[in-house]
Every structure is written in C-alpha cells, then in structure tokens.
Design a protein around this ligand. Structure first.
Ligand code: SF4
Length: 314
C-alpha cells in the first residue's frame, strides 16, 4: 500500500469514527499531512482544551504531550500511536527532586516546562512552553513579589528565560537538556553561516546560550514557522536550528524559499516512533487500552491547575 493510500484510509476511518488527530511539528511529514491540528506544545494544549469535540484523540507526539491532553480531558480517550515515544528531557526531573528544591528555596514559585511528567507538573505553581517561558517567568515573579524562581527541567530554557526576563531562574537540575537541540555547537553555526551568509538563523531556546546569541530569531517552533511565513517574500534563505520535521513542513509550505538545517541529523528519534500503520491500527482498535494514555485522576487534578494557569497567562 502506498503512503497516499494509507493516508486516504486513515482520513476515511477518522471521519467515520469521529476521531481527531493532533500532531507536533516534529512528526514525520506524512503524519503532519493527515493531522486535524498541527502545532507546538502550547498550540496543541490549547486545542485539546478548546476544540476537541470527540471522545477519542490520537496524539502523534511524545508521552508528556499525551499526558497534558489527558489532564485537560479526563473524560476523553487519549491514544498514542507508539507508547515508546517518550521525551528524555522529562526524565531529568522527578517530583521528589522538585520537593527537595522547594525545601532548599522556600517560598519561590516553581515553573515547570511542559516537557515534564504529570507528577512533576502536579508539584508546580505554573507550567510554561518555549513560546511563553519568558512571559510566565515575569508574571509569576510579579505575583509572588520575588526576583527568583525555580525552573525545570530544561537548563537552557531556564537560562534563556533568565537572560530575557532579568529574573533569576534556578535550574532544576542544572544538567537538564534536550539531546536534539543541545548538540548544536557554536562551531556548527559559524560553519553554516559561512556557507549561507545571506540566510536568517532561527533557533529554538533549548539550544545552548552561545548558539542562541548568534541567532536572528530565538523562538518556539510556532514562532519560527510564523517568522518564515511573515518574511518568506523578503528573505529567501533560512537556517533552521531545530528538529528536521519543522524544516520539512516549511519546505512544503514555502516552496520558493530555501531551508538549511543548522546541523546534520537534527532528528528526535523519540518523536519519530509513530507511523501511519500504527495510526490506522488505533483507528481500527479504539478499545485497545495499551495505546491509551490516562493520567490518574488524583494526579490530573493537581497538574491541571498549573497548566490552566499557564493558558490563562499566555
Ligand atoms: S526534541 Fe528534545 S525536548 Fe522535544 S521531544 Fe525530542 S528530546 Fe524531548
């Protein structure tokens, strides 16, 4: 069966069974093409809260995204095409660690990046995404009347939020990182800029500080996409410092522009564990609980507050 045929079967099944499919920008392009909603973590969190008028949501993203959808939609079935699709960054921070940091820094607000487990979110005051981290740090520090916050698990995003907000962001922990973004080095950027001197450089805030400082734009996947959309008639070339899936999306949507990856092999293997066959299987077997992500109600109740607070603040 060709990719096209498989996509058509999925589109028919999903309509018949009233299922919606959400996909992150880092998904393989053939999955992005059949998604009802495509976006970054913030956009997808909003979608699951506001637009999901169905009992079943297939979420082509990593585990924490499905957990967030489950927290916000306890009455729905959140299905993950491959339950081995996990974000290693989330594993850097446990609820026990958050409690220890809180004891060490009493009274400071706890900001947790959405790339974290539901149990960690349950320990926090507010969540953030790479789109709104700076704004959330500013708002919560004002609310708590403090110039310091606790921030985890991504140390690079904490560093970026601290630089941009002027508020001290204590990293929980100092080595939390994304293996995809943190592999981009300053040398890689110097090299690729030499090769494409007219290209604008767009990087994700999960990149290290030296890389961010060389960029024209530092932003989430949605911010990068929108920047390209707004500037595609004025700027021809773009260097993309994030996972290859976003570059593939841009190349398809802006065919007259040129896109270069900041470094070869910027692939999140965890995101790429889903495929069309698995999505079709779920559509045919919606009662297969092995593929359902369900956050226990007691954890969901506590984790919902920081997520909703983030949505209210952004
Ligand atoms: S790109 Fe990085 S942060 Fe995003 S899911 Fe993959 S490992 Fe996690």
């Amino acid at each position: 069966m060709t990719v096209k045929q498989l996509q058509e079967e999925i589109l028919t099944l999903k309509k018949q069974k009233n299922v919606i499919i959400l996909a992150h920008y880092y998904q393989p392009i053939e999955i992005q093409e059949i998604a009802d909603y495509l976006g970054d973590s913030l956009g997808l969190s909003r979608t699951t809260k506001e637009k999901a008028n169905t009992d079943y949501i297939i979420f082509a993203g990593v585990d924490f995204m499905c957990e967030t959808a489950s927290i916000l939609n306890q009455d729905k079935h959140i299905m993950i095409p491959n339950y081995e699709s996990c974000c290693p960054m989330a594993a850097f921070l446990t609820p026990e660690m958050v409690r220890e940091y809180k004891e060490k820094h009493p009274g400071l607000p706890v900001i947790v990046y959405v790339n974290s487990t539901a149990a960690v979110k349950a320990e926090s005051d507010i969540c953030c995404t790479s789109s709104n981290a700076v704004e959330i740090v500013k708002r919560i520090s004002k609310e708590f009347s403090t110039k310091e916050v606790l921030f985890g698990p991504d140390a690079n995003l904490a560093d970026y939020a601290e630089q941009e907000s002027g508020i001290k962001c204590w990293q929980m922990p100092s080595h939390g990182h994304c293996y995809v973004h943190s592999q981009i080095t300053v040398d890689d950027i110097v090299e690729i800029k030499k090769k494409y001197p007219n290209a604008k450089l767009l990087v994700h805030p999960e990149c290290i500080r030296g890389v961010r400082e060389l960029a024209d734009i530092v932003g989430s996947t949605a911010r990068m996409y929108n920047y390209v959309k707004e500037n595609s008639s004025k700027v021809i070339e773009f260097i993309i410092g994030t996972e290859v899936g976003l570059l593939e999306r841009m190349a398809q949507d802006f065919p007259t522009n040129k896109f270069y990856l900041a470094k070869e092999k910027l692939v999140c293997h965890n995101m790429k564990k889903h495929n069309l066959e698995l999505i079709k299987y779920i559509l045919e077997n919606l009662d297969d609980e092995a593929f359902e992500v369900k956050v226990p109600p007691n954890v969901a109740k506590r984790a919902k507050k920081p997520i909703e607070k983030m949505l209210e603040y952004s």
